[in-house]
Design a protein around this ligand. Structure first.
Ligand code: ADP
Ligand code: MG
Length: 238
């Protein structure tokens, strides 16, 4: 299961209201893309879902359970950031194994899980290499591997491809879509790239200034934007 419900979530930093009442229901297995201009609150909303930040008001509900005060590790969520911090002195194997070592999983089980994740991400030939030997796309896959290995119910991606060049981004879009299919997990993917949103999403959530401007399937938004902002951002220009 990986169902997520946000109920009237708000967030203020001092006088600055950043999230202004977001209500959203995300189904188990959905691939939802958050788009919106820089500063509209995308990262803040992800951090609140992950538990890295507290909401000022409102509820975060996962599989029917209110998790507002649950620590990040207990939410069954993994988050992949734009700047994926790999440990440069550790092999690919050890980078992916790291969260399992923290959990003190037995060695044989760690080996089995890491090898299976490496196969899914086509890193099986790279397990003994250090991150410095890898391409940008391979390094990003290691970061994703480290997230997958704990078998989370919900994945949060915060602009994970924005440091990659255009060709690699296109490859990774396809790989992430395939991964979503293979894992059948719920994924929330943040981007300011309309192409990523249009091609990857089951459903797009357009954010503007801390509000949801519109939510719908990519083609619905494209053909029937509800307001000028959505039209300008993602809609059909004609
Ligand atoms: P996005 O990811 O959509 O670019 P963010 O969620 O990072 O936007 O930021 C939304 C707004 O909240 C911005 O105005 C940003 O400056 C502000 N903000 C984010 N984090 C903090 C913080 N820890 N303290 C104060 N303001 C913050
Ligand atoms: Mg951001």
């Amino acid at each position: 299961m990986g169902q997520l419900y946000l109920n009237k979530v708000t967030k203020s930093f001092g006088d600055l209201d950043v999230i202004k009442g977001v209500t959203l229901d995300i189904q188990d297995g959905e691939f939802v893309v958050f788009v919106g201009p820089s500063g509209c609150g995308k990262s803040t909303l992800l951090r609140i879902i992950a538990g890295l930040d507290d909401a000022t008001a409102g509820d975060i509900v996962i599989d029917g359970l209110k998790v507002n005060h649950l620590a990040p590790v207990h939410r069954g969520i993994a988050m992949v950031f734009q700047s994926y911090a790999l440990y440069p002195h550790m092999s690919v194997f050890e980078n992916i194994a790291f969260p399992l070592r923290v959990e003190k999983m037995p060695e044989a089980q760690i080996k089995e899980k890491v090898e299976s994740v490496a196969q899914v991400l086509q890193l099986d030939q790279r397990l003994q290499q250090k991150p410095g030997m890898l391409s940008g796309g391979q390094r990003q896959r290691v970061a994703i591997g480290r997230a997958i290995v704990r078998e989370p119910k919900i994945f949060l991606f915060d602009e994970p491809l924005s440091n990659l060049d255009a060709a690699l981004r296109a490859d990774m879009r396809i790989e992430l879509t395939k991964l979503h299919h293979d894992l059948a997990a719920t994924m929330i993917y943040v981007t300011h790239d309309q192409v990523e949103a249009m091609t990857m999403a089951d459903r797009i959530v357009v954010l503007n200034g801390g509000y949801i401007a519109q939510t719908g399937k990519p083609l619905e938004l494209y053909h029937k934007p509800q307001n000028m902002f959505v039209a300008g951002f993602i809609g059909n220009p004609k």
